[in-house]
Design a binder for this molecule. Structure first.
Ligand code: FES
Length: 147
């Protein structure tokens, strides 16, 4: 399997690893098939994503897609953030092998889950945002933290 240089770079030197303690929104999603889990933290003020961090328990591509997704979302408005699809993530990484496409979907879902959480906490509706399907929610956090 061949990875682009960008994938390798973001896998070897992932950006924005960690947590945001007073995050405006947190999204945790998992893929039941591979068991990989991704958690994204967003700091949002005045409708702008000021900061993004992630913790990913998963494959190299999942780490790379989390890294690039957090890079892409920083500085964006909420509406712009919604345009960060798995396709955008893959393009930013110069592509992914077909068996790794779902890893980029996890990144999109994690971003959306974090935005959903932000919207819920603030009692707002983000137009065009749907409730993320693979959201693991808070009740299974223990499983994630234990890994
Ligand atoms: Fe499932 Fe990468 S193998 S997220």
């Amino acid at each position: 399997m061949m990875y682009s240089e960008k994938v390798m770079d973001h896998f070897m030197n992932p950006r924005n690893v960690g947590e945001i303690e007073d995050a405006s929104g947190v999204g945790t999603v998992g893929n039941a098939k591979c068991g990989d889990i991704m958690k994204i933290f967003l700091k949002i003020e005045y409708g702008i994503v000021l900061d993004a961090k992630f913790k990913t328990f998963g494959c190299g591509a999942a780490v790379a897609t989390s890294s690039i997704a957090t890079e892409l979302i920083k500085g964006k408005t909420i509406q712009e953030a919604l345009e960060i699809t798995n396709k955008a993530v893959m393009e930013a990484l110069d592509g992914l092998p077909p068996v790794k496409v779902h890893c980029s979907c996890l990144a999109e879902e994690a971003l959306h889950a974090a935005l959903w959480d932000y919207a819920e906490k603030n009692g707002i509706v983000i137009e065009g945002l749907e409730k993320p399907v693979n959201d693991i929610g808070e009740h299974e956090e223990g499983y994630y933290e234990a890994e």
